[in-house]
Design a protein around this ligand. Structure first.
Ligand code: ADP
Length: 486
């Protein structure tokens, strides 16, 4: 049996409720596809509203016991799961590449990054603290304590099938919350593998319940209106996030939203150009460009723009495109035909308006959903690619004159997730970092993601933070006790 067949066969394909794998109500299933080959890999149980309800029943049932489980025990489960994930990096990476497309090297990096959230939150589980303070006017004491929010609904996207799960599951487990997870329809296999692994690590039945489904609305809708649910954490597109916010209003759920981005990549004329090009390759090409923190548009100081564009085109033009599991592949396929068509449409729109193609510029014929790494120079301000999230391997370049102009361009978007800034001038670096309307800034680096740091956005990119000491707060509520001591 090939390794590919083995890893797909070994994944549980059911609904996971109360510690058991089940068929979906009605016995239906949906196909999961390999986007690098355009063929089906396997079928997965197609969760229905009844399955989602059973999952929430299980989560609600064990919530009190789980909240009362010692933090150290909760943390050690996460620590064991981190160990299992790192031990099994090769199989998990291959599975991820098969369902999502990214190269094996990138999948390995994601598995380890995803595991890091489990390790980080295993350490945070034992640092949930309260306060004891004197009443400023005397006579009593003010006691605050942090308690688990309660049963959570966690909805994850397809682009980072493991990391977007562990950055929610890790803090929820650490905080003492139970949960129902709805993985992305396009990439449920990695989450199902993670589910089995967490059970092996000792997570008690009912704490984590997983409902893959071909219809998010059908499963998520009833959960959102169930008064027993206390929180929703969502990573995905801004329009779907807004819809969930409206639904969350009904029961006043706690909400964390990690939504779309339109990251600017600013290079000032005092930047180290070698470092800026290296950073641009990472910020643009990581995950085939299918990342909410991908550099979406490059604003380059006029004096260095031509050289930057030529060097970036050389680097992207030399990248090897192919099936993610093939030897030497650096750029895999896009997730599906719709995504490839959207990338092509945005490139065509820019070219029609006068942009110059320095490298790439088109989809690749044949099986799978490939698009060649592309650099566009002289992109006019009116081009759609500067305002819409491209989610593909395309780098549009425009120029700026002054620092004020660079900032106006960077902030001229409804989104506010991350911005990248290259400059060697310390004062400028801090001035610009302070003025950017984003939740994160990459300063002379093209990579911000880190389990120990608070990931998240402002404006239409959402709110709430994942990772860092902030990450667990999303799953805790504060109770205040007024204490009379007199
Ligand atoms: P993307 O496709 O870019 O990941 P989506 O917002 O479409 O962004 O999907 C992110 C996650 O949200 C997926 O798990 C998807 O199934 C889920 N989802 C999509 N539509 C809805 C909806 N109406 N209600 C709840 N979840 C949804």
């Amino acid at each position: 049996m090939s390794a590919q067949t083995r890893v797909v066969e070994n994944v549980p394909k059911g609904i996971y409720v109360a510690g058991e794998w089940r068929e979906a109500r009605g016995g239906g299933s949906f196909a999961v596809e390999d986007p690098g080959a355009g063929r089906a890999l396997c079928d997965v149980a197609d969760g229905q509203a009844e399955d989602a309800a059973a999952a929430l029943d299980a989560a609600v049932g064990v919530q009190p016991d789980w909240a009362a489980t010692p933090p150290r025990e909760r943390g050690e489960i996460l620590r064991r799961a981190w160990q299992l994930m790192t031990d099994r990096v090769e199989d998990l990476a291959l599975l991820m590449t098969l369902e999502m497309g990214k190269s094996l090297a990138e999948s390995r990096t994601e598995v380890l990054y995803a595991a890091e959230f489990l390790r980080w939150f295993s350490e945070e589980a034992v640092r949930i603290e309260g306060r004891y303070a004197a009443n400023p006017s005397g006579g009593s004491r003010l006691l605050t304590m942090k308690q688990p929010v309660g049963p959570c609904l966690l909805i994850t996207p397809w682009n980072f099938p493991l990391a977007m799960g562990t950055r929610k599951i890790g803090p929820a487990v650490a905080a003492g919350c139970t949960m129902v997870v709805k993985p992305a329809q396009l990439t449920p296999l990695s989450m199902l593998a993670l589910t089995g692994l967490l059970a092996e690590a000792g997570l008690p039945p009912g704490v984590l319940n997983v409902v893959p489904s071909s219809s998010a609305g059908k499963t998520v809708g009833p959960l959102m209106s169930d008064p027993r649910l206390r929180k929703v954490s969502f990573t995905g597109s801004t329009p779907v996030g807004k819809g969930l916010m409206e639904q969350a209003a009904e029961n006043l759920l706690r909400v964390s939203m990690e939504l779309g981005g339109n990251a600017p990549f600013l290079v000032f004329d005092d930047a180290d150009l070698d470092e800026a090009v290296d950073g641009a390759v990472i910020a643009k090409m990581r995950n085939n460009g299918e990342s909410c923190v991908a550099a979406n548009r490059f604003h380059i100081a006029g004096a260095v723009a031509e050289e930057f564009a030529a060097r970036l085109a050389e680097r992207l033009g030399a990248m090897k495109v192919g099936h993610g599991a093939a030897e030497g592949t650096q750029v895999g396929p896009l997730i599906d035909g719709d995504q490839r068509d959207k990338v092509a449409e945005l490139v065509d729109d820019a070219v029609d308006r006068g942009a110059t193609v320095l490298t790439g510029g088109s989809a690749v014929e044949g099986d799978g959903y490939f698009f060649t790494p592309t650099v566009l120079a002289d992109v006019p301000r009116s081009a759609r690619i500067l305002t819409e999230e491209v989610f593909g391997p395309v780098a549009p370049i425009t120029t700026f004159g002054s620092e004020d102009e660079a900032l106006a361009l960077a902030n001229g978007t409804e989104f506010g997730l991350v911005a990248y800034v290259y400059t060697q001038d310390l004062r400028r670096a801090l001035r610009v970092a302070e003025s950017l309307e984003t939740g994160m800034v990459g300063l002379n680096t093209g990579l911000v993601s880190n389990a120990a740091a608070p990931f998240g956005g402002v404006k239409a990119s959402g709110f709430g933070r994942e990772g860092g000491v902030e990450g667990i707060e999303e799953y805790l509520s504060t109770k205040y006790v007024a204490v009379s001591i007199g």
